[in-house]
Design a protein. Structure first.
Length: 298
């Protein structure tokens, strides 16, 4: 009997994109096994269970009963990571998205950046640290993305690790996955000479993007995620512009303004009262019009 679909389930079109890779992996796995038993688990349902767990963040043992057993889902998840199937699927999908955007499969420019994040209370202290610069305890995650925001490489370190360690590891991943087409990598001022030298060894130009002091607080500013966004000096609810976004990752909070805070404004807020403290009203405004004065003169 068919189950009710979840919002995270793969569509038929999405499954058609990755089914050949999973089927080829399964055939190779069966050929290497001693018994040759292909198993009876529906691998499409395994992928649906992984997507459900990734979206909801539930524990493995708390997967719904109408999905495959949690032990089978975790078994295939571990095998796919060990065999690199998850990475091959990600690379194929990334290349298809780039081609759909009329770009070549591999980028020639990559953006690298890191971000320190806090962790849950139960995370072992051996895998965490303290970012001395940002005073953030936890872990440091690094991303290498292209100009479309598609992930090229990921690295997770303790928050106490220097950006150079993440930058060197991400350079290696980008060089391996982009091949000879990769020419330039953009980083911020947190990355030092070690990353630049490592890129020169791999024949990759590493450019440190420095903040222009003349543009402080206005115009374009660089996000910690490696992207660029346009930030207006007026509140977005007043100007009608949407908040700045970037496709390369989460956007951090803009620096605090040194001037007085802007007035609260929204579609439901009434206009500000005029000087003198008198409350604004439509009746009082109509009395100020020439037509109202003529009526009073009569």
């Amino acid at each position: 009997m068919e189950r009710m679909p979840y919002a995270t389930d793969l569509s038929s079109e999405q499954w058609a994109l990755i089914e050949p890779l999973i089927t080829a992996w399964k055939q190779e796995r069966v050929a290497r096994s001693a018994t040759g038993d292909p198993g009876s688990c529906d691998l499409r349902e395994v992928v649906n269970a992984l997507l459900y767990q990734n979206r909801t963040g539930c524990q493995w043992r708390l997967l719904p009963h109408d999905l495959p057993a949690w032990s089978a889902v975790f078994y295939y998840f571990t095998l796919w990571r060990q065999d690199g199937l998850d990475q091959r699927i990600q690379e194929i999908l990334r290349c298809q998205v780039r081609e759909r955007s009329r770009r070549l499969e591999d980028p020639s420019l990559v953006i690298i950046d890191t971000q320190s994040v806090r962790v849950a209370a139960g995370v072992p202290k051996e895998t965490t640290g303290l970012d001395a610069n940002k005073k953030t305890p936890g872990r440091k995650r690094g991303l290498a993305v292209d100009v479309l925001g598609l992930i090229i490489g990921v690295v997770i370190l303790t928050a106490s690790a220097h950006d150079n360690g993440a930058g060197i590891a991400l350079l290696d991943q980008a060089a391996e996955r982009c091949g000879m087409r990769l020419e330039k990598v953009l980083v911020d001022q947190g990355f030092k000479d070690a990353v630049i030298i490592h890129g020169a060894v791999k024949d990759i130009t590493v450019e440190v993007v420095r903040r222009n002091p003349d543009d402080e607080g206005k115009g374009s500013s660089r996000n910690r995620s490696g992207g660029w966004s346009s930030r207006s000096t007026a509140p977005s609810c007043c100007s009608g512009a949407s908040p700045a976004t970037t496709t390369t990752g989460p956007t951090t909070r803009p620096p605090a303004s040194t001037g007085p805070p802007p007035p609260e404004c929204s579609a439901a807020s009434p206009p500000l009262p005029p000087p003198g403290g008198t409350t604004w009203s439509w009746q009082r405004e109509r009395q100020r019009t020439p037509a109202a004065a003529a009526d009073r003169a009569r």
